[in-house]
Design a protein around this ligand. Structure first.
Ligand SMILES: NC(=O)C1=CN([C@@H]2O[C@H](COP(=O)(O)OP(=O)(O)OC[C@H]3O[C@@H](n4cnc5c(N)ncnc54)[C@H](OP(=O)(O)O)[C@@H]3O)[C@@H](O)[C@H]2O)[C@@H](O)CC1
Ligand SMILES: [K+]
Length: 543
């Protein structure tokens, strides 16, 4: 059965194996799951042929590997043959080496099996890639590599599609990274739940459209597996989302403070401020150097201003604990100034309850380049709810160049993090998901790493991955608006992980609503329409 809704959970390949094992242990044979998987692939193959040719009689070539992914290929082949399709099967490796359910599926296949290199693509309308799935163990080489390249060349030259089983072969389902080479699919059919690699780049592009099929694995196994990675959709954060209440007023919706840089760089703070206000903060104030006050005052209406020339001014401003969220970084200026301000900011919360929400972005992140340990110590000592919002460059400068062996680099941090060695290794992992999780575990902050596949991770290992951000979101000032929106959500009391995840989703939804040609100023102005649709969906779920 194909799924018509988007479940949130994303399963690593290890978690998916656990789901298979638990299901098989509860009495459903593996061969049944494989038959269901094959049937789902066959159904999609028929749809694809139907769409391309208006009939389902075109030739289909199925490339099977030596494990259960190949078994799914045999099961699909048999199903397609039974439905009257023209199917040919090639196998990587000897038939007699297949074991378990894959051997059973191959035995049930009534047609011939060619060596994979002999399976011709001449006149083929659709190729099915069932070489490797969750069991990919190393980079592809030799005949496996040649086969993948042959499939890609054929598809590029003819425009005919490849349908991938579970994941395009060569793609690591947990990380979204390519192991050597990978198939470029038009469509991927995966089972039970999507894997992080279906969302993370380059995986998402290699998968084409990902279709989720249910093959008889019960949702109940999720309670035992307890997956920690989720697709970033409203269902992830809707329960804590600050929907305005009839009995609320602006003072119950928090007060966000945005730190501005000097005269030549005030626009970023105003973009962030507008983002915070549109995201629903009750009050928003821009704290600005005196030299830029007139510029801000002339450009702002609903947003207030305060003079803040140095860390002392900031500490005084923050004695007002009603200013419960702060955004620092956009356009803030030179490293020494930014660092001094952020120190004052992190030391200002005292024993606030609930702790102040703080978004650190742009120039603040750059001011701590190579000093992730220093930043981590200050964040942990602050007790604040901190969200870091780097792009790839800022992330690399912050976490990519640290020397854990330098004396004193860990300071008093080491006892506060689990498995420090593994954490350091993960910081340079090829997997974006693992890198962001490690950065979050090190700093004790929620970390949001931007990109077309923005990942948000919390120190406890929860993570969200975005899969619906439009390319026109990558425009000057867009990140400033995002930082402000997250600040606005924090001001309303949204917990940091959910505020960051919801901020990413709303930012993308606003950009989708506006469409191509978007500039940063359009994002806050598109939020009301997004909220209207979002609240309607919340209310629809309540009735
Ligand atoms: N379990 C179930 O009930 C269900 C499972 N399902 C399906 O099973 C799939 C997972 O199956 P799987 O675990 O057998 O792994 P799979 O991806 O076929 O590859 C393993 C084989 O490839 C080989 N190999 C690995 N890397 C290689 C390389 N670079 N180059 C060359 N060879 C390489 C590896 O060899 P080895 O490493 O042992 O030398 C081994 O022979 C999953 O994606 C889904 O499609 C569904 O039917 C639902 C029910
Ligand atoms: K595959």
């Amino acid at each position: 059965m194909m799924t018509s809704y988007d479940p949130l959970e994303l399963l690593t390949t290890a978690e998916m194996s656990a789901a298979d094992r638990l299901t098989i242990a509860s009495g459903a044979p593996g061969s049944y799951l494989m038959a269901q998987a094959g049937a789902a692939v066959a159904l999609e193959a028929e749809h694809m042929l139907g769409r391309a040719l208006g009939r389902r009689t075109g030739r289909i070539a199925i490339f099977c590997g030596p494990g259960n992914n190949g078994g799914d290929g045999f099961a699909a082949a048999e199903r397609l043959l039974a439905r009257g399709c023209q199917v040919e099967v090639g196998l990587l490796g000897p038939l007699e080496k297949l074991t378990g359910d894959a051997a059973l599926a191959a035995k049930a296949w009534r047609g011939p099996v060619s060596p994979i290199e002999a399976l011709s693509l001449d006149g083929v309308e659709l190729a099915i890639d069932a070489l490797f799935g969750a069991g990919l163990a190393r980079g592809l080489d030799g005949l496996a590599r040649e086969t993948v390249l042959r499939l890609n060349d054929w598809s590029a030259a003819t425009g005919r599609p490849v349908l991938a089983v579970d994941v395009p072969s060569g793609l690591d389902g947990s990380s979204g990274q390519v192991q050597g080479v990978a198939v470029k699919a038009k469509t991927t059919v995966t089972f039970f739940r999507r894997k992080p690699g279906h969302l993370l780049l380059p995986g998402r592009v290699l998968c084409g459209e990902t279709i989720l099929a249910q093959i008889g694995i019960s949702d109940e196994v999720l309670a035992l597996i307890a997956p920690r990675a989720m697709a970033n959709k409203p269902g992830l954060w809707s329960r804590v989302f600050p929907v305005p209440r009839v009995d609320g007023h602006k003072y119950t919706r928090g007060h966000a403070l945005i730190l501005s840089g000097g005269l030549a760089r005030t626009g970023a703070a105003r973009l962030a401020a507008r983002g915070a206000l549109r995201a629903g903060a009750g009050l928003v104030t821009v704290a600005t150097p005196a030299e830029a006050l007139a510029v801000h005052a002339g450009a702002l209406t609903a947003i207030m201003t305060l003079v803040c020339d140095d860390p002392n001014d900031l500490s005084k401003i923050l004695e007002d604990r009603r200013k419960n969220a702060v955004v620092a970084g956009p356009g803030l200026g030179g490293a020494a100034h930014a660092k001094a301000l952020v120190r004052a900011l992190l030391q200002s919360g005292g024993a606030m309850s609930p702790p102040r929400g703080i978004v650190l972005d742009a120039d603040v992140l750059t001011s701590f380049s190579g000093d992730a340990f220093g930043l981590a110590q200050e964040i942990r000592a602050s007790g604040a709810n901190v969200v870091l919002t780097p792009h790839e460059g800022e992330f690399a400068r912050l976490f990519g160049d640290i020397d854990p062996h330098r004396e004193g680099s860990w300071g008093d941090l080491q006892p506060q993090v689990d498995a420090p060695d593994a954490l350091l290794l993960a910081l340079s992992s090829a997997s974006k998901l693992e890198r962001v999780r490690a950065a979050s575990a090190l700093t004790g902050a929620v970390v949001l790493l931007k990109g077309p596949d923005t990942v948000v991770a919390a120190p406890d290992g929860r993570a969200s991955i975005a899969d619906d951000l439009p390319p026109w979101l990558a425009t000057a000032g867009s990140g400033d608006v995002l930082a402000g929106m997250i600040g606005g959500l924090l001001a309303q009391g949204t917990p940091a992980f959910e505020a960051a995840s919801a901020g990413v989703w709303l930012h993308g939804a606003a950009a989708r609503h506006f469409g191509p040609g978007l500039i940063a100023e359009d994002i806050p102005e598109s939020l009301p329409a997004v909220f209207r649709t979002l609240y309607e969906s919340f209310f629809a779920q309540q009735v």
